[in-house]
Design a protein around this ligand. Sequence first.
Ligand code: GLA
Length: 359
Amino acid sequence: MKFQRVFGTLPKTTASAPGRVNLLGEHTDYNDGFVLPTAIPQRTTVQIGLSSDDRHHVYSAEYDELINFSDDDTIPQKFVSYICGCLRLVEKEGYKIPPINLYITSTVPIGAGLSSSAALEIATLRGLRALLNLPLDDVRLAQIGQQVEIRYAGLNCGIMDQMASSLADTNTMLLIDTRSLECRPIPFPTSTEILIIDSGESHQLAEGSGYNQRRAECEESARILGVKALRDIADPQAVEVLPEPLRRRSRHVVTENNRVLEAVKSLPAERFGELMNASHASQRDDYEVSVPAVDTLAAILQSIPGVFGARLTGGGFGGACVALVESGKAGVIASEAIDRYQRAGYSGRVLVPEIKVNS
Ligand code: GLA
């Protein structure tokens, strides 16, 4: 069903934003640290027009659901909470938004750790910026998007996903200093490409997951160590004084920041891959955000010739693995990985490159 079929009018503007995959720097963003994501080809698109009554109307093509709400309603649930959050926070910036019709389509996989919600937030914010000619730059959109996630979706997240969706492209990685919000494009290691495979274990970060708890543990660690954030510690030895599990949580963050800072020094693919493998082990053993299915998938990928490195990407507790592989080999590596993963009793699917693999 197209915009016009749903709303009976034509849209006034169209905007889109990509999902992201993080190559290195996991759970470092809410510690003021460094991250290294890139955009993925899959995008979320919104079309926006003016509503003919005093309510906002939001339609999701994926869910085939139409939901309406007004400015005074309690926050609607599901995907509409993100839209409602964007509208309310842009209004808080001092801009009046008329009642709108908004139509969402998306190819960003949901629940795979590739930031479908950030893509929805940034696409919506870009659409509002275009519709109302708002003087908000890309970094500001990312900051508003992060606040939407925190206040309207209950995830006390960092700013990586929204920064990546708002500022990254698919040609380079983007080094983001999440304290200063300075960004620098970093070329991929030569003769490599990216492969992303979903573990089939859907991740769910908000409410009750370990994500908010991890963040609290990091803040507690920083407080005990007397620093503003764990980003301010470079020597992993410094965290040895902490009680468990704070010692292991902090060791992950400190070593992960160091891995990012090494990875951006034009490394050969082999070394970059080693850092990815070390990052996975650190997420699994110290940060404890992996699950058996993802560990199995990462181990399979790491053992296939042509794979430089592979790791859990995104918030964890399920989701996808990203691998850095030899150029031109992603297809055959994906087939082998999916096959072996299936023989181990799981069911995976290739997300990037978007290819069909017989399994
Ligand atoms: C989620 C959050 C991000 C970041 C990652 C982990 O994607 O939204 O802010 O913390 O997890 O690196």
